[in-house]
Structure formats: C-alpha cells, structure tokens
Design a protein around this ligand. Structure first.
Ligand code: SF4
Length: 423
C-alpha cells in the first residue's frame, strides 16, 4: 500500500480519539541549533475531530490492526475496515515533511495493539526516539500509551514525549467490562499512578539550577523534555448508560489522584457494524459541551462533581450552562454582595468568570462597585444582576421569580436541515 493510502486509512482511524492538545508543552525551539521545530505556548490546531473541531497535529495511528475487540472501537479485531500499518521510519518521515511544510506543529501518535502491549509501546516510543535523538525534533509529541505495557516502557516513552495519555474510555469499571472486556480498569489506573510519580519526579528535577534560578532564568531548553510534562485521558460519552454525574465523579477522582492535565470527553460516534449493545445514535454534542463546561468548573471554580450534576437523574441541563443551572437550583445562596463576598463566592455567580472576579477584587480595594463598573468589565449584565448586590443595585424579587429560569434560558432557535441533533 502506498504511503498516501496508509495515511488516509490511519489518519481517518485516529479521528475518534479526542484526547490530544498541546497546552502545557515545555517551551523549546531550534533557534541557534541544528534542530527542527519549536513548541509554542499556544494550543496546536490542524487535525479534525469527528465533530469538526480543529486539532493541529499530525494525528495518526501507527496501525489500525488490533488484537482487542472493544465494542465501541472502529479498529477492533472484528471490525470490517481497511487496515494499514506504518513503519517507524514512515511516521518519522511524514512528521518531518509535514512540519517543514508548516502543516503541523507536532505529532499525536496512537496505535492499535499488535503482537503484544509491550511490542506496540516499543514501536510507538521508537518513533518519538528517532524524532528527538536522530533529527533533534523540537516540536510537540503526544504519545498514546498502551496501559498494559511494562512500567519501563512507559518511563521510556515519557523521556521523548511532551504529553502521555492513557484512555480510560468508559467512566465505570462495569462499563469497561461490558464493552471492552480485554481491558483492565485497575491496570489503567495503575499506569496513571505510575506516570504521575514520574511526571512529578521530573518536575522537581527540572527546577532551575541555583545559578540560573538566582538570575531569574528558566532551565535551559533542550530537544527532549526531561519527562513528559503531563498526562491526559479520554472518556467516551454516551456509549454506555453512565450519567453525567458518574462521568464527572470519575473525572474529579482522576484529577485528584493522578494529577491529570485534562480529561477529554468524546461523544460516542456510531461506527459501522456496531454491536447491538451500543446505542444507534450519537448523544447530542451539546452533552459533550456541557461536560467540558462542568469540567472547567471543577478545575477552576471550586465546584464538586456532585454539586454540578446535582439535579435528579444526574444529567446536566442541555439548555443552560452548568453554573447557571446550579445557581437556579440554589437561589438561597444568593444574592452575593460583589463589594464584600470572598473570591470563592464570586466565582459561583453566573456570568462572572475568573478574570472578571480578579478585576472585581482589584477594583473594590479602592471603591464600592456599582452597576456601571460591571458593565465596564463587560460581564453579561442580564445574567449577573439577578444574583448580585451592588452599591446601587439589589435584585429584589427577581431572584425568587418563577420566570427567572425561563428568562435566562437562551431563546429557542430554528432547527437547521444540517443540525446533527435536535436543538
Ligand atoms: S485496544 Fe484500542 S484500538 Fe484496539 S479495539 Fe480497543 S480501543 Fe480499539
């Protein structure tokens, strides 16, 4: 099979994996050296997820042959799809060619499992090794690790990658047993724990040495990071019956236990010749979007999973964002006095983001804030005012009004012929 055909097959097969992004890469560039590439602090963008999101890596599988039979996966052994396999050199060459043409800023490499977990992991790692050691590649590398691979191989992969990810795939152990019986949920978690130790250890070691630190300088950039800076995972949403509360509880536990940089939520995409146990339809993409918003609330706003998805049924409201939905369920906690409330309470006000809260805290040191001040900070007044007290504003009965929820819901919109899910 020609390289171009392989690329078509293996890039297409990789599109179901949402778990890649470049934020958090160590700053490196090849200025003044013979190396190739650089990492920017910006997210990478160029590859397309099934829902159309732009993700800018050469995102490809080493092979879509696989020994396993995970029911939700288009590459499972029983799937009737065209198969292909790259050699290590082919992936290296493609990455360098695409990089030099400015198509990509890095590589996201995953693989089906061939021969054994260790053999596959060795091949994936070898691509990264050749790029770093033989071509001095300084772009971004994200490797998908095979959870059953030996700890030594995981540690080796981390020496060349900016990020490692291990897909959890399904939010519960029962879900994984039902849909991916060959995968071992406790083995996946064990690998995540190992990676956390390695990442934390490398972070301590890479602190600036005394003379550089004294001069306010970061550690010297090199082609390869001392160890991957972070790990992430992916959860498939809607392939099993787990509700949003369960999904968020799982994510919350993983952030706390394994220091994950990100959990990616990937709406299940129906696949050809799917098993009967799988749903026939994808969940609404809005559900994935609400989960990302809820995840954000857990990481930056101090919310717990149980509070966010606290409505009966354990599902997030698709009509309004999770913070507004929480505030509408907890009106007894409002109004919040913008001039006196601590940061944690301000962060719970619908419409106030982290930056707006920082501006409020800075501004109120010198004066009492009024409605005009919020307008100048460009916060959405209609959303914020029912929940706050200002020097010239009290929400009065607006907060108790039964019509409040209806007023704050976005207006209904006409469905389009091209909508994939009901609005
Ligand atoms: S191991 Fe990975 S590639 Fe293989 S069937 Fe399962 S999810 Fe798909």
């Amino acid at each position: 099979m020609e390289l171009k055909q392989k690329l078509a097959v293996l890039a297409d097969a990789a599109k179901y994996d949402a778990s890649c992004a470049s934020s958090g890469a160590a700053p490196r560039n090849s200025l003044g050296s013979q190396g190739v590439g650089s990492t920017e602090g910006m997210g990478i963008c160029h590859s397309y997820a099934p829902d159309g999101r732009c993700i800018s890596l050469l995102k490809v599988l080493l092979t879509n042959f696989c020994l396993y039979d995970c029911l939700y996966c288009v590459n499972r052994v029983s799937s009737n799809v065209p198969r292909a396999r790259f050699s290590v050199d082919e992936v290296v060459q493609l990455t360098l060619d695409f990089y030099r043409r400015n198509y990509i800023e890095g590589l996201f490499l995953s693989s089906g499992i061939i021969r054994s977990a260790d053999y596959t992991m060795e091949q994936v790692t070898e691509v990264a090794r050749v790029l770093r050691e033989e071509h001095d590649f300084r772009g971004y590398i994200h490797l998908k690790t095979i959870p059953d691979a030996s700890p030594e191989l995981l540690a080796r992969a981390g020496r060349y990658a900016d990020r490692l990810s291990i897909n959890l795939e399904l939010p519960t152990v029962e879900g994984l047993q039902a849909l991916a019986p060959e995968k071992d949920a406790s083995g996946i978690r064990r690998s995540m724990a190992r990676l956390r130790l390695l990442i934390d250890g490398a972070r301590d070691e890479s602190r600036p040495t005394a003379p550089r630190a004294a001069a306010g300088l970061p550690p010297k950039p090199s082609a390869a990071p001392p160890f991957a800076r972070s790990q992430s995972t992916q959860i498939i949403v809607g392939a099993d019956p787990a509700d949003d509360r369960t999904i968020l509880q799982t994510s919350g536990a993983m952030y706390a236990s394994y220091g994950l940089r990100r959990v990616y939520y990937s709406a299940f995409s129906p696949i050809p010749d799917a098993a009967r146990t799988l749903p026939l339809q994808a969940p609404p993409l809005e559900r994935e979007h609400r989960l990302y918003q809820a995840d954000w609330l857990m990481r930056f706003y101090g919310f717990e999973a149980d509070e966010i998805a606290g409505a009966p049924g354990g599902m997030l409201d698709l009509d309004v964002d999770p913070k507004l939905a929480w505030a509408l369920r907890h009106r007894e906690r409002f109004p919040v006095d913008v001039n006196r409330a601590p940061r944690e309470l301000l962060l719970r006000v619908p419409g106030l983001g982290v930056k707006a809260v920082e501006r409020i805290l800075a501004s109120r040191r010198s004066r009492r804030l009024r409605t005009d001040d919020l307008a100048r900070m460009r916060v959405p007044a209609a959303k914020v005012l029912p929940f706050v007290v200002l020097a010239d504003h009290r929400p009065g009965r607006a907060l108790e009004a039964s019509s409040l929820a209806a007023r704050l819901r976005p207006p209904p919109r006409q469905a389009s012929l091209f909508d994939t899910a009901p609005p």
